[in-house]
Design a protein around this ligand. Sequence first.
Ligand code: HEC
Ligand code: HEC
Ligand code: HEC
Length: 494
Amino acid sequence: MMNQHMSRARKPGERTGNLDATVFSGSRRAALKCRRRIWKMAALAAAFSLFALYLAWLEAYDAAPRHNDDAPLAEAAAQGAALSAGTGAAPAGDATGTGPDLVKRGEYLARVGDCIACHTSDKGRPFAGGLAIHTPFGTIYTPNITPDPDTGIGHWTDADFMRAMHEGIGKEGERLYPAFPYVEYTKVTERDVQAIRAYLNTVVPVHYTPPANNLSFPFNLRWLMFFWNLLNFDEGRFVPDPKQSAEWNRGAYLVQGLAHCEECHTPRNFTQGLKTSERFSGAIQAGWHAYNITPHKMSGIGGWTDQDVTSYLSTGVAPGRANAAGPMADVVADSTQYLDSEDLRSIATYLRTVKPIDKGESRARAGWGAPASDVVALRGTKINGANGAQLFLANCATCHNWTGEGVGASAPGAYPSLIHNTVSGASDANNLAMVILHGVSRTTKVADVLMPAFDRDLSNEQIAAITNYVTKRFGNPQSTVSVEQIGNLRATPQ
Ligand code: HEC
Ligand code: HEC
Ligand code: HEC
């Protein structure tokens, strides 16, 4: 933190001065080592530039014939029911792109793909874009995908749309940033992309131009995504596995493709690509821990029943285990609650078979905790600015009960038990702290769930104290958080 501040405040020229001073006052060995490192870096940079030139040359030959290629549409029409057999998709109403059945199917698929979540910044202007997506390289604003011809995608051909979804390439042939999950959408069948397009053609056109991206150099250069794609992107449709059931294939198709669960649940490599060897083993998303959802018994969700998974995805609650807050609450509210029960079951079936990944946890997240039984002792404690027990009684116990057992058991909209809850039982207290900072807000068909945010009322010290009290008393006692970590989580853009 400190270093970052200093480097930003440094004036041009000052840096060289400092470096020279170190070199002259330091030992000869250090100076030599430093020079050797500079040469090594220069050689590497030269080699990389040559490689880059070679690849750019290769691409120039490769990309040209694809422009304005209408073949995918013809293919889509020809594929017909053959594809839906592999992916469980319902037969389309018609292939012209206008039939009501096709539009209805497209609406459902757009829900699965959760297009609305990223392409809406103002609920009154759905799909008109403008949502800020924070990346390590700067801010990207989502485009308008309503059929408005000037500011939206009204003037895009179906082939342009198909190419964006399958190849991550925009209307003018420019490379799109992978904040748009084309890494997953490339798996979606032509027929399903066509249905989504048919649906988007029917949404209200909104005349609105989102703000321009604010990315630092060199990430503002779109053509650089060519290298990113080379390392991290495999273009191609989902290939059904004939050895597996239709249900499994449907689940794999949805999870790996439109539902893009990996965007949040798979860790990333240093170029921000998905680490495919550790699929679904958990990652940090906007300060939240998108947990390990592999079938590992301790580190993942191996102990969950299919019913737990389907209930979690359709309502945001797996009773007695987990609740969906933060980015997952949005996924449930905008996307998975709309999935039909067959699709939810197939997702559960598929997740059960992905490679289990052991993160060294000694007990399942939902396996920790016992109710408190010492409220009298707590009340007797002297009040002190950051006494976790006292703060818990004052701020949380009205809803979650002083025993931590919650109120309302498993009824929809209940105040959940903090015992046997994945957030208090996780080996890191990230999500617990984030839930206290930002609360929970999730609107579904079954309930309007609301836990207040405490970011304005409680200091970092107080939130750290409550978090540590909750993990120690009701959850995983090894999980602790520092005041500084709360500060960092508070500063993470949501
Ligand atoms: C996780 C966030 C996210 C989701 C989910 C998402 N998009 Fe996007 N989308 C983006 C971002 C960010 C861009 C802009 C990328 C860029 O500027 O390079 C984008 C760009 C696009 C573009 C190109 C538009 C243009 O003007 O260049 C299209 C088309 C598109 N998205 C369609 C969809 C559809 C259809 C869905 C749902 C199936 C969807 N998106 C879901 C984030 C998302
Ligand atoms: C936008 C990011 C994001 C996407 C996309 C996403 N998740 Fe999550 N998921 C999270 C976060 C964050 C949590 C932790 C939520 C919490 O603690 O309240 C989570 C939690 C979960 C849990 C509960 C784990 C536990 O132990 O409590 C399951 C199950 C889950 N996700 C499944 C899925 C599936 C299946 C998909 C795809 C359909 C998906 N998620 C897509 C971010 C995401
Ligand atoms: C006004 C009632 C209310 C208060 C006060 C309240 N909560 Fe909650 N809490 C809720 C509701 C409602 C939920 C979400 C239930 C759901 O997901 O269905 C929730 C969820 C939670 C969860 C589970 C989140 C997850 O992702 O699994 C935790 C942990 C939690 N609260 C801790 C706390 C702590 C600690 C405090 C005090 C700082 C607190 N709550 C104060 C109502 C409250």
